[in-house]
Design a protein around this ligand. Structure first.
Ligand SMILES: [Zn+2]
Length: 415
């Protein structure tokens, strides 16, 4: 803990930190005791004055820390050096690939670490990032960079890496990425000349290596492009230690009701986690429809109602796929409410507890027994936090304060 808090000891010598007077989802105000990286007690606020060093969270709402289930740290903050045209997914891919020969491991690492630190300051304590296997003689420059960033930030952020393998990069590079420390196999089969064969070759590598997969899936608005259904059927019998995630799933949002129900049942029965990515999808999708422009968002409501594990993430940040973005889960939650028509509680669940479930991480939050990855935001409640996204925050990783932001604002107007 830093100077905002102090360590106490239980009778058996364990270090305890107490967060005082925190408002938790549901509205109660409580004291939360942390020890050994977990929440060990949640109780009515003590009437005694805060002890020296205890952290008083009066005026803050205390939440499970967000997790980012789908980032591209290797691409983040490249917009200014690429200066691509604004456009759709195909033009973003073209701009990125044309630029990729100029990428160096050192340059990627600098941008990636900046993005990860920004997310951490905003409350995110776990990130799953895709990393491109690059076309050419040295496909692992991005992998090398992100493995190094993961190691540097190891004590503050859990980083998982997915090899994003283009159809024209072979299995040898993919296997080398896994050897170098990448955790999962990924790709974008729907966007290749032969989606089924690309999907199956990626799944074969994952099976050979005994690792999970995280696919960019059906990131387009044609209801007839539905590799998600083949993915679900292909992994039905996969064991729990090979988790399967499908990101984007935009075409789910434009299916007829009967087909949607059938596909979602397949997804649920195969225990596939689905990741909604509102900001990038809203930016890239629908540009061919100048009137009645579709939202380009997966079927969040139907997935939740069917009991599918749903996470939501920020995807791209200031790169050819999205010129904007704040690396802030509260931004994603806000977009899910406005564009996905879910409640604020459902939206925050998707960027925190749901995202952690997709990533296979243990439950976190301000309740007894949970991992003490926590975010305190100066706000009256969850809706206020999502609406205002205040910068005043404390971020805890396994019970340890890892980021604190304080804003001082003054209005120079007459009262
Ligand atoms: Zn992506």
């Amino acid at each position: 803990m830093d100077s905002d808090t102090t360590d106490h000891r239980t009778a058996d010598g364990r270090a305890v930190c107490v967060l005082r007077n925190a408002r938790v989802p549901g509205g109660a105000v409580v004291d939360v005791a942390l020890a050994d990286g977990r929440v060990v007690d949640v109780r009515d606020p003590s009437r005694s004055a805060a002890a020296a060093g205890e952290l008083d969270l009066t005026g803050y709402v205390l939440l499970p820390a967000p997790a980012e289930p789908h980032a591209h740290l290797d691409k983040a903050f490249s917009w200014d050096e690429i200066r691509p045209p604004m456009g759709d997914l195909a033009s973003a891919i073209d701009a990125w690939r044309a630029h990729s020969e100029h990428l160096t491991a050192d340059g990627i690492a600098v941008r990636a670490e900046r993005a990860a630190r920004t997310a951490l300051a905003n409350g995110t304590t776990a990130i799953r990032s895709h990393v491109d296997l690059l076309v050419g003689d040295d496909p692992l420059r991005g992998v090398e960079a992100l493995v190094a960033v993961r190691e540097r930030l190891r004590t503050a952020i859990d980083i998982q890496l997915v090899a994003l393998c283009p159809y024209d990069v072979g299995d040898a590079a993919l296997e080398a990425a896994l050897d170098a420390g990448v955790d999962l196999v990924g790709g974008s089969p729907h966007h290749t000349p032969a989606p089924s064969s690309d999907l199956q070759r990626l799944l074969r590598v994952a099976e050979r290596r005994g690792v999970g997969v995280d696919m960019h899936t059906d990131e387009q608005l044609d209801p007839d492009v539905l590799t998600l259904e083949e993915l679900a059927k292909s992994v039905r019998d996969w064991p729990a230690h090979m988790p399967v995630t499908a990101g984007h799933c935009v075409s789910l949002g434009v299916l007829d009701a009967e087909t949607l129900e059938r596909v979602i049942a397949e997804v649920r029965d195969s225990r596939i986690g689905v990741v909604a990515l509102p900001i990038t999808n809203l930016y890239l999708q629908g540009r061919q429809h100048p009137v009645s422009t579709p939202r380009g968002l997966t079927a969040v409501r139907a997935l939740l109602d069917a009991g599918v594990v749903v996470g939501a993430g920020g995807d791209n940040v200031r790169d050819p796929f999205n010129p904007l973005g704040r690396s802030d889960a509260l931004e994603t939650a806000m977009l899910l409410v406005t564009a996905g028509h879910v409640t604020a509680a459902e939206a925050y669940h998707a960027v925190s507890t749901g995202a952690r479930a997709v990533m296979g991480l243990p439950d976190a939050g301000p309740h007894e027994g949970a991992v003490a990855d926590l975010l305190a935001v100066r706000a009256d409640g969850l809706e206020d936090a999502i609406a205002s996204a205040p910068a005043d925050r404390y971020v805890f990783k396994a019970g340890r304060l890892v980021a604190a932001s304080h804003v001082r604002r003054s209005l120079h107007v007459p009262l």
